[in-house]
Design a protein around this ligand. Structure first.
Ligand SMILES: [Zn+2]
Length: 262
């Protein structure tokens, strides 16, 4: 949708796990690697769920990070009375979108969420990097002992067929770092990201699997925001520390004004 590139943004942030955290099931290879690292007699032949590991670091994919931000911001806007769409992939064929939501936007007329996060057919203005654990798996980022969980189907709450799962999550207190890149960002969307940071301080931001069973809460902190001009490409503003606080407070006020505009 942007025919002109007036500014480029980089928002560096970290998250710290507040609870054990696990990404969705991965390959057998990674499972065996985690089994070796944990190096314990386990009461089951193999682990069912382990974190996604790349080059020895636990990772959250950019897509997963983006999905969580999109979900939180969409839910808040809906509550504020803004008409936000639901992506077609999220609803069963032939079903209506949930109350307060509209069908997937026409690419020419994006809602606030599609404008920044994109649609199936059009890239958004925000790009999320992988979040990588600062420490490696050799530095003790996993729980010491895997633990069993009863698997419930999230839709029906019924006990799933393979009811007993042995999981080896990332432990609480592990730091991940990554960044969000943006094109032509407005203060409202930066304020929305700050809003997610505030929610995370109270435990309302969750990543990964088993969220309904006490896993996945993370605390997020924006560390630095850089704004670049594009002609010529050059750093225009860099916000850190006190300046970052003031910049984010102002952006959040603008987002709040937008929220209340309905
Ligand atoms: Zn939309």
């Amino acid at each position: 949708m942007f025919h002109r590139l007036t500014s480029l943004w980089k928002i560096e942030y970290k998250i710290e796990t507040k609870e054990p955290f696990i990404t969705q099931a991965v390959s057998e290879e990674v499972k065996r690697l985690v089994e070796d690292k944990i190096d314990r007699e386990i009461p089951k032949t193999s682990l069912d769920a382990v974190p996604l590991l790349i080059e020895g670091r636990a990772v959250i994919t950019g897509n997963a990070a983006k999905g969580v931000f999109r979900h939180v911001i969409s839910a808040q806007l809906t509550e504020a009375g803004h008409r936000v769409c639901v992506q077609d992939v999220k609803i069963e064929r032939g079903e209506a979108p949930p109350e307060g939501r509209k069908r997937q936007c026409d690419p020419g007329e994006p809602c606030f969420v599609c404008k920044w996060f994109g649609t199936a057919s059009r890239q958004g203005a925000l790009h999320f990097s992988f979040l990588k654990s600062v420490k490696s798996v050799d530095e003790g980022i996993l729980v010491e002992e895997p633990f069993p969980m009863v698997a419930l189907r999230d839709d029906t709450r019924a006990v799933a067929r393979r009811a007993f799962l042995l999981v080896a999550p990332v432990r609480a207190g592990v730091e991940f770092r990554g960044w969000i890149k943006g094109e032509n960002l407005e203060h409202e969307i930066i304020g929305a990201i700050k809003e997610v940071q505030d929610m995370s301080r109270e435990g309302f931001l969750q990543f990964g699997a088993f969220k309904t069973r006490g896993m996945g809460a993370v605390e997020m902190e924006i560390l630095r925001v850089c704004e670049f001009q594009t002609v010529p490409f050059e750093l225009k503003n860099e916000y850190e520390g006190r300046e970052l606080e003031a910049f984010l407070r102002d952006a959040q006020e603008k987002y709040h004004r937008f929220l209340r505009s309905k």
